[in-house]
Design a protein around this ligand. Structure first.
Ligand SMILES: Nc1ncnc2c1ncn2[C@@H]1O[C@H](COP(=O)(O)OP(=O)(O)OP(=O)(O)O)[C@@H](O)[C@H]1O
Ligand SMILES: [Mg+2]
Length: 583
């Protein structure tokens, strides 16, 4: 007698179920995917006891004819593909013909379905044993009931969590699906009570609003970017909001909800220098890639995909998100509602007779460029300023300084406030990063070198960062022990106090254990930028404000400083009018 025997199909189904059906949420996912694949416009889900007692999914999709029902319950029974090559670019969620037999093998299962109104059939399966089909009268569509999940698999049953946590997991799965199909009406009930009612809508933003509230959805930023064959779209959190609420990360690839740690990291990388380390942004993104560059058949629950060229996709996602963060409307706002607000104020056209709009580079406007000014605390050798004032071509609106801290201006869409310190910090950070990467520092040679006596910790911080500090313009001779002679310093603005900046920077870097050149660049650029930037409370001239405005406008991420705070806040006219009772 041979030692090898073929397993009965009920056993094989149960084994397959071990991979496909992990917990009630897997059943919810598979059944709702089937409904959507069947073209449903309305899916109704009801759970009892977190899905442990009952999961019922009803849809108004295509339904099945009486002859198809037993086939749907047979292993490898599928209407979605016919041959292996159909797998490439398969547009339905399902393709293996495994889900229904797997679920039916570990539950008390019932399906009622009709391909046309009035002519339905019903079939029960108990622990994989298929009963007799009967005729029922029902509307077109399908209802699947899964009762007592894992009743015949005690090992699995033991691993089910509390009703509460199974419920939470089911909601999470359903939410992921609901975000990929905003046009499908979805209702979810738990223990007879309505829990989620999602009307059909045309955008992911509206769907998010229906799930977590309009306010939450409105505060998200649009992402929409094509890089070669990769299209990234959806919504992400404003940097200023990151860490203030539950983190939510939803990703789909070609419309299929999946997890992908690499893409998650790419999204986080896009936020670098706008949020503090350790907090993670929420995102709701779909990435479209050519069908033949992604394999969807690599995970038993279809929760992951494999890319042929992961690197390109991750870079495209990072760029897309970064671009979204670079928009002016990524700034914090009061009553701002995502209109097409642009930092480049197109509405303020330079008019020939308007004095204030005419670009007039004065002495002050070189403030945020390399400067030859000498009225700061130290004396500088004169030096040719080669940097052109880049603002000449672009109009700058009239600017007003408030409390010696904020710069206010009027915009077509509202009133805008810039925090002068945060803004300058952003400008300097990007300049310093460029300098650190290219190695060209516009340093000023001091006529009288500075002498600094450092404590041992600061001395160590200096030694660890010497190379980078020199690239930024601090050229230093060691004087023995921890006395430094500083010959040249960077010159971010005329009131720059080089000695204080260097001391504070070394103090901030004390005990720093950042490894890797890129991370060190970022750390140092952020630290020096913070210490070197003009402070709140400093009075600025018109010219200084204008050049700060222009320099900020030219940064990559103008709306965020390096600590995750906003550089810009705006108050829309809408909001102003609402507050004055004008609307
Ligand atoms: N709600 C439904 N409405 C209409 N037909 C359905 C429904 N659910 C299942 N079917 C039919 O039953 C078949 C088997 O479903 P099942 O979920 O087992 O496999 P699949 O969706 O084809 O692939 P996968 O195992 O990857 O989900 C489907 O191909 C479809 O033809
Ligand atoms: Mg399926």
């Amino acid at each position: 007698m041979p030692l090898i025997s073929i397993l009965p199909s009920a056993v094989a189904d149960q084994i397959a179920a071990g991979e496909v059906v992990e917990r009630p949420s897997s059943v919810v996912k598979e059944l709702v995917e089937n409904s959507i694949d069947a073209g449903a416009t309305f899916v109704e889900i009801s759970l009892e006891d977190g899905g442990r007692k009952l999961i019922r999914v009803s849809d108004d999709g295509s339904g099945m004819s009486a002859e198809d029902v037993p086939l749907a319950l047979a292993r490898h029974g599928t209407s979605k593909i016919k041959k292996a090559s159909d797998l490439v670019g398969v547009s339905t969620f399902g393709f293996r013909g495994e889900a229904l037999p797997a679920i039916a093998s570990v539950s008390q299962f019932e399906i009622q379905t009709a391909a046309a109104d009035g002519e339905g059939s019903s079939l029960r399966v108990t622990g994989g044993q298929i009963g007799r089909a009967t005729q029922v009268a029902r509307r077109r569509g399908t209802t699947v009931s899964v009762a007592q999940l894992f009743y015949n698999v005690p090992a699995r049953l033991k691993f089910l969590r509390s009703a509460r946590s199974e419920w939470r997991s089911a909601v999470e799965s359903l939410t992921a699906l609901a975000l990929t199909k905003p046009g499908v009406r979805i209702n979810l009930a738990h223990d007879g009570k309505g829990a989620l009612m999602l009307p059909p809508v045309s955008s992911v933003r509206s769907r998010l609003g229906a799930i977590w509230g309009g306010r939450y959805a409105e505060d998200l930023l649009d992402v929409d970017d094509v890089a070669g064959p990769v299209h990234t779209s959806g919504l992400v959190q404003r940097p200023a909001d990151v860490g203030t609420s539950t983190r939510r990360a939803f990703l789909s690839i070609n419309g299929r909800a999946v997890r992908d740690a690499g893409i998650g990291r790419a999204v986080e990388a896009a936020y670098r220098s706008t949020i503090v380390a350790g907090v993670r942004p929420s995102f709701f993104l779909n990435v479209t890639v050519p069908a033949d560059t992604v394999d969807v058949n690599v995970h038993p629950a279809k929760a992951e995909v494999r890319f042929r060229d992961r690197w390109t996709i991750e870079r495209a996602v990072e760029t897309a998100v970064r671009r979204a963060l670079g928009n002016f409307d990524s700034a914090a706002s009061l009553g701002f509602r995502g209109s097409s607000f642009s930092f480049r104020p197109v509405d303020i056209a330079p008019s020939p007779d308007s004095e204030i709009l005419r670009p007039a580079p004065d002495r002050d406007s070189a403030l945020f460029q390399a400067s030859e000014d000498t009225d700061a605390g130290h004396e500088y050798a004169s030096q040719e300023s080669t940097t052109e004032v880049a603002t000449a071509a672009q109009a700058i609106p009239p600017l007003f300084q408030l409390r010696h801290t904020y710069i206010a201006f009027e915009h077509e869409d509202g009133l805008v406030l810039i925090d002068q310190h945060s803004a300058h910090e952003r400008v300097l950070y990007e300049q310093f990063m460029k300098t650190l990467e290219s190695g060209a520092a516009p340093a000023q040679r001091l006529l009288l070198p500075l002498t600094l006596h450092l404590g041992p910790a600061e001395g160590e911080a200096f030694d660890a960062n010497r190379e980078y500090l020199e690239r930024l313009g601090f050229e230093v001779e060691g004087f023995g022990g921890h006395t430094l002679i500083v010959n040249t310093v960077p010159m971010p603005h005329p009131r720059f106090d080089a000695e204080r900046c260097l001391r504070e920077t070394l103090d901030a870097l004390t005990g720093d254990r950042v490894a890797g050149a890129a991370a060190k660049h970022e750390r140092l650029a952020a630290t020096v930028a913070c210490k070197a930037a003009i402070k709140a409370g400093e009075e600025l001239s018109q010219g200084e404000m204008r050049s700060l405005f222009a320099a900020l406008r030219d940064t990559i991420l103008p709306a965020h400083d390096v600590h995750g705070r906003s550089t810009i806040v705006h108050l829309t006219w809408d909001e102003v009018e609402r507050r004055f009772g004008r609307r």
